[in-house]
Design a binder for this molecule. Structure first.
Ligand SMILES: [Mn+2]
Length: 356
């Protein structure tokens, strides 16, 4: 496996120099952030990003994310132009050495939490999803905003979009996803990029808007839409794992064995009895997922893709982008490398698995 870490560019308070000092760090996961959704990322912009990352002694092989324009998800006639632009961005990324592109197909709202700074018992702060808080949120107000969501909508536009999606059947979203994949995956194959869809987070419909990348049955269906190694998953243990119907170790093993996990987000969540959840520290004892079992099954399959610690809590007084501070994610990274090294020793290095 190759250890990676998300970086939000020059504005990120977590600098490349700091990330470089996390033991075994290999690849930066980043994006060109200031190009409007739907427009082409130029070779020059990507090259500049790559050079910045490489000059800090790291690689730039994974992009998270190239966002998919809403018109593609809605299946509007304008989608063809946006898909063309998407393909051109992929070619430009490949030409600059990018090997894997994460994206998602969630309508309007990206990942959703009800609070970003909930104080846990030990004094750390974490992202949480509480059912009672969710009931207080009104998606039609146009006021819902979370970091990372597309900020370009005006209030009224956002409300209109929500209303529009509420009458969209799930099957229509599947058709639009298939249309997108049939255009994009051949280009990804041709230029050597693995496309990696991120599961919906949380993995069930909220606010009455359809969500489809949610569970084993749907992941199977997704992978069959275009049956190619270039059509893969960003297997996010925390997103899929915040629904108790997803058995994470089994799923990780199944899709890794199929060669369909180019990229993995590793984090733990603590499931609450009413279906809500809290993001927790990475280690198994802190949440509901068995992280050793997940990594053991991945290791057994000779996993050689990219792993990054996912969200971390805010600890030691750190402030910054919720979920993306340095300290707790660095602890997560070291926890992952510790388990991986143990697996290499005890189970033997799989000849297919690139050692760290
Ligand atoms: Mn994730």
């Amino acid at each position: 496996m190759k250890l990676s870490f998300r970086w939000y560019g020059e504005q990120d308070p977590v600098t490349l120099e700091k990330i470089r000092q996390i033991p075994q760090m290999h690849t930066i996961v980043s994006a060109v952030y200031d190009v409007p959704v739907g427009q082409v990322w130029s070779r020059e912009r990507i090259r500049k990003l790559r050079e910045t990352i490489e000059s800090a002694g790291l690689h730039f092989e994974v992009v998270e994310s190239v966002p998919v324009h809403e018109d593609i998800k809605r299946g509007l006639p304008s989608r063809d132009g946006y898909i063309q632009a998407y393909c051109e961005t992929l070619r430009n990324l490949a030409a600059e050495g990018v090997r894997c592109v994460c994206y998602n197909f969630m309508p309007v709202f990206d990942w959703t939490r009800t609070q970003l700074d909930h104080q846990l018992e030990d004094g750390s702060r974490a992202l949480v999803f509480y059912k009672d808080q969710l009931e207080q949120m009104d998606p039609l107000s146009g006021d819902l905003r979370l970091p990372g969501w597309d900020e370009s909508y005006r209030k009224e536009e956002l409300a209109e979009l929500v209303k529009w999606y509420r009458q969209m059947p799930e099957e229509a979203l599947w058709e639009n996803l298939e249309y997108f994949l049939k255009a994009v995956i051949p280009v990804a194959e041709e230029c050597g990029i693995a496309m990696a869809i991120h599961p919906d987070d949380p993995p069930y419909p909220i606010f009455g808007i359809p969500r489809i990348i949610t569970c084993e049955e749907n992941l199977d269906r997704f992978l069959k839409l275009v049956d190619s190694p270039a059509n893969g998953l960003t297997f996010c243990t925390g997103s899929l794992g915040c629904a108790s119907f997803n058995r994470i170790p089994e799923l990780v093993e199944k899709y890794a064995a199929m060669g369909r996990i180019p990229f993995l987000h590793l984090r733990n969540v603590k499931l609450l009895e009413d279906g809500g959840f809290e993001e927790s520290a990475h280690c198994s004892a802190c949440g509901s997922l068995d992280m050793v079992e997940i990594l053991r099954r991945l290791h057994r399959q000779g996993f050689s893709g990219y792993i990054r610690p996912d969200h971390g809590r805010m600890i030691w007084g750190e402030t910054g982008r919720p979920g993306y501070g340095l300290y707790d994610r660095a602890l997560g990274a070291s926890y992952i490398t510790g388990i991986w090294e143990t697996l290499e020793r005890l189970e033997g290095g799989n000849e297919h698995a690139a050692s760290l």
